[in-house]
Design a protein around this ligand. Sequence first.
Ligand SMILES: [Cu+2]
Length: 292
Amino acid sequence: MAAFGNFHNATGAGWSVYWKIPVASGGGLELWGADFRGHRVMWRGSQPFALVPYHGGSPTYKDGFDAKCGGAAFTALKHTAPNDWVTDPAQFAAVDTDAVVVRNEPADDFDPARLIVSAKFQCGWYQYVHSWEFDSDGVITPRVSMGGHLHPSKPDVAHVHHMYFRVDLDIDGQFPHDVFEQFDHNSFAQPGGDKWTVIGAQGKLLHDIDKARKWRVRSSVAKNDAGEFKSYEVDIPLSRRRLPAGRECRLRLHGQGTGVELRRRPASSGNHRRRSRFLGRGPASSRAALQG
Ligand SMILES: [Cu+2]
């Protein structure tokens, strides 16, 4: 068995998923073939890269998959590696399983059971945690956490981390019988105040908090017990405090309409605090919720 690039099955909370780290240094953790209660939901999901522009026009790093412009790949670490700027090769994962922790958490009186797949990576002077949570309500919550040091020679230059997620939903395995739609709450008119609009072309779609905008991938074939077409919503948790302009969270539609790429701009474009803490829960996440 190769050290990297293997599919590993993980189960729990009603889910069966496969995780994979294609190469030791690249785009990090991928989740494949996620089935909920025997129904295919997601073909593939990943957080493959980040773009990091600095004020003043340079540098703009592309980190992760196909790193460019001085950026660094996500290099798999042993999950036991210290939460710090790790350069010791002894802390690098020798095989994919060194990097990953699969956890099952039981339901309690308030929350559903959860299957969580997490992996740790080094990327220059940053450390990343890629984490995918699958819960027994059918919700998928991908998450990236990041911590690190300031640029060694540009500690005073503000910059932004744009985190990209790729989520290829595949409801009941019905490709190509799926459509991509956008929800807008336009008014309180009944009926007609709320509207789902089919989006048939790739594009850049902006969030709009005032319209409670969200998106979904809907099957045009498979129906639930209520006779409705099955769909998964792409729901981007926002707070007004963090994204006041409603234009900083973007969603790009790919290819055949089944894949979505989320770009999430983090809370602050300013400097990290000089002693930034490692691996606090990151600001970038997305959420896909089961409809029917
Ligand atoms: Cu930074």
